[in-house]
Design a protein around this ligand. Structure first.
Ligand code: AMP
Length: 289
C-alpha cells in the first residue's frame, strides 16, 4: 500500500494505475476509521478498481474550532485498517497541501445546504463540497463511495457532481450500525457509557419510523411527530431536528410516495449525533395506508 502526502504524487500513481487499465475507486474520509468506512472500502474493492482512500480532516467543514482541534486523528491505526482492507493508495495530505494560501473559491449547492444539518452548521456543506470537488479533481476517480449515514451530504455531493458535469459516479452505500443499533461514527468515542445508552433513543426512534413506513404509514407529519415525541421523552437527549424528506432533493414530504428519508440530529451531552432511515421504491413494494 502506498501512503502519499503530495497531490503531485497521487496524480502520478493514479495515472500509472490507469495505464494498467484499472478503474479508480475513491473513498474520501476524515480518518478515525470504523466499520462504516470499512464498508465503503469493501464496496470499492468489490468493484475491482484501484482503491484510493483519502484521510483529511477538512477545516472548512467545521463550524466550531474546538470540534476541529478535538477531532480524533489516529493515523497509524487508520493505515493499519487500510492495509488490512487491501487499499492501494492512501492520500493523507497536510493542511498546507490542500489549502496553501487559505481558501478563496467555494463550491456551494444552495438550498439543499441550508436545511436539516445545514441549518445548525452554517457553511458546513460549502466546506464539504469545496473539499470534495478538490479531491475529485486530484484523484479523478471513476466511482466515489459515500455513506448513507450522511444522507444529506450524499444528496448534495451527487447534485454538485451532476451540476458541474464531473465525470464521476457518486455511489451511496448502506448505513452501518453497531450491534446495539447506534450508527458507527468517529464521534462515538466521545460518548460516556451513560451517554451511549442514552444515544440509543435516536436509532430506536428512527427504526420504529422505518417499521411504520413498512407497515403502511404514509403521513410524513405523523412519522416526524412520532420520532420527535420519542426523542423528547428520552433523558439527556436534545433534538436539533427531525426531517421527513425526499432523499434526492431533500424537499419536505407531506405524503410518503416512492422514496423517503427520515433523518434526525440530536445532542447527547456535548456530542452531536446524526442518524437516518432511508426507504426507496416503496411503490413497487406495495403498502397501504
Ligand atoms: P467521515 O470520515 O465522517 O467524513 O466519513 C467518511 C465517509 O464514511 C462518508 O461518506 C460517510 O458517510 C461514511 N460513513 C461514516 N459513518 C458511516 C456509517 N455508520 N455507515 C456508512 N457510512 C459511514
Amino acid at each position: 500500500m502506498m501512503v502519499v502526502e503530495r497531490i503531485r504524487e497521487v496524480r502520478q500513481r493514479v495515472r500509472e494505475a490507469r495505464t494498467q487499465g484499472r478503474r479508480i475507486g475513491f473513498v474520501p474520509t476524515m480518518g478515525a476509521l470504523h466499520a462504516g468506512h470499512v464498508s465503503l472500502i469493501r464496496a470499492a474493492r468489490a468493484d475491482g478498481g484501484f482503491v484510493v482512500v483519502s484521510i483529511f480532516v477538512n477545516p472548512a467543514q467545521f463550524d466550531d474550532g474546538r470540534d476541529l482541534e478535538a477531532y480524533p486523528r489516529p493515523l497509524e491505526d487508520d493505515l493499519e485498517v487500510c492495509t488490512r482492507e487491501g487499499v492501494d493508495l492512501v492520500f493523507a495530505p497536510k493542511r498546507e497541501e490542500m489549502c496553501p494560501d487559505g481558501p478563496k473559491t467555494t463550491v456551494r449547492v444552495p438550498g439543499m445546504s441550508e436545511t436539516m444539518c445545514g441549518a445548525f452548521r452554517p457553511g458546513h456543506f460549502d466546506g464539504v463540497c469545496t473539499v470534495v470537488a478538490k479531491l475529485f479533481a486530484i484523484v479523478q476517480p471513476d466511482v466515489a463511495y459515500f455513506g448513507e449515514k450522511d444522507a444529506q451530504q450524499l444528496a448534495i455531493v451527487r447534485r454538485m457532481a451532476a451540476d458541474l458535469n464531473l465525470p464521476v459516479e457518486v455511489r451511496g452505500c448502506p448505513l452501518i450500525r453497531d450491534t446495539d443499533g447506534l450508527a458507527t461514527s468517529s464521534r462515538n468515542v466521545y460518548l460516556s457509557d451513560q451517554d451511549r445508552r442514552r444515544a440509543l433513543a435516536l436509532s430506536r426512534a428512527l427504526l420504529e419510523a422505518r417499521d411504520a413506513v413498512v407497515g403502511g404509514e404514509r403521513d410524513a407529519g405523523k412519522l416526524a411527530d412520532a420520532v420527535r415525541r420519542q426523542l423528547a421523552d428520552a433523558e439527556g437527549v436534545e433534538t436539533e431536528y427531525v426531517a421527513v424528506v425526499d432523499p434526492d432533493t431533500l424537499d419536505d414530504l407531506e405524503c410518503v410516495a416512492e422514496n423517503v428519508l427520515v433523518a434526525a440530529a440530536v445532542r447527547v451531552g456535548t456530542t452531536r449525533l446524526i442518524d437516518n432511515v432511508l426507504l426507496r421504491d416503496l411503490g413497487e413494494r406495495g403498502g397501504g395506508g
